[in-house]
Design a protein around this ligand. Sequence first.
Ligand code: AMP
Ligand code: MG
Length: 405
Amino acid sequence: MLSYVEAIRIVLDRIRPLPAVEVPLQQALGRVLAEPLNARWDMPTADNSAMDGYAFAFAGQTAGNRLPVAGFLPAGSYRKEPVPQGQAVKIMTGAPIPEGCDTVVPIEGVCTDAGGICLENSPISGQHIRRRGEEIREGEELLAAGTAIHSGELGLLASAGIERLKVHPTPKVALLSTGDELVELGQQPGPGQIINSNYYLLSARLCEEGCPLAPLPIARDRGEALSVCIKQGLAAADMLITTGGVSVGDRDLVQQTLDSFGFELGFWKVSIKPGKPVLFGTACGKPVFGLPGNPAASAATFELFARPALRRLAGHGEVLPPHLRVILSEPVRGGESRQRFVWGNLEEQEGRYHFTPSDHQGSGQNRGIQGAQALLPVDGGSQGIAAGSEVDVLLLRLPPDRATP
Ligand code: AMP
Ligand code: MG
């Protein structure tokens, strides 16, 4: 059976970023830049004052010197006429330095009288001036292709006058729950029935990832019902995620139904726990993940395979969950042939993160996922890991603030 590392390699080798689209700047938030962007002009565009103060020609001025004030330059103004040597202008932060001036003293560094200002300290030539192009020069690269656009990038691009840009689209996902036993939230489960909780967990996770959802109704465990929903999902989205129906049961029909859509198998079954029956391939050129029905298995295989695939479609360079080195606060047992992924929570103590495995690791349960911020990989064949050991966990989200008592 494939290992996790072999399986994720197959996924990433098959998936390319979605073709770039041009969007207005504000729609680029959370997306990945598809082409480099260069500065169209020097930033700042001109030497300007870094302080509310007075500008003049340095020319050896020292503490105690008096200068008459020859004008006022608020931000947004521009003075064409040169300032005569030995005179100052009052200048506000951001206003361009007028000709004839090369030094600024802050308002707090002078005393004023009707005739002008008196310098309290000897200035340094050129002080408190933001130089033309010191942030970036015209033509220089503002952002490289592959950069994820967060608020900081958006602000930078806005300051540089970039109104539209090419980004990879955020993949739209069709989410299909399969199973005769499933009922929707709001219905009282009858004997043998359970609520379709996977849909709520995974759609929330997709929402956290910023991915739009193409919702699908529950598909019953019949070829025809599955076929109708799979067809709809493949038409409506960039990726199809199904849950349930991929194991070896008599009613596990997802893979054979996918085959009628030209499914190209990547893999079926990976040597992991939970999540062994996970299925991956492509149909109609779109990635398809058949996640196992058990909640902790579908959630883990989403993190291990589907989320990296989504990030690859979205154009991210780093697609795997980041590793965080933490201290294990409780022992973890070994003795499994498959690689385990243990749900757990992180807590900061004296500047280090400690990982505590959830009490409920059963793949059929939702309880162990609740409150978990990380997955601890435990190698197949491991003898177990002692409490206090340093381990690498896969970080799914940063821990919340400590609850106030
Ligand atoms: P399956 O993978 O279809 O064999 O399902 C394995 C287990 O997961 C069964 O106990 C199912 O009832 C449960 N299960 C399947 N789909 C869901 C779902 N959408 N939400 C919650 N549990 C599910
Ligand atoms: Mg089923």
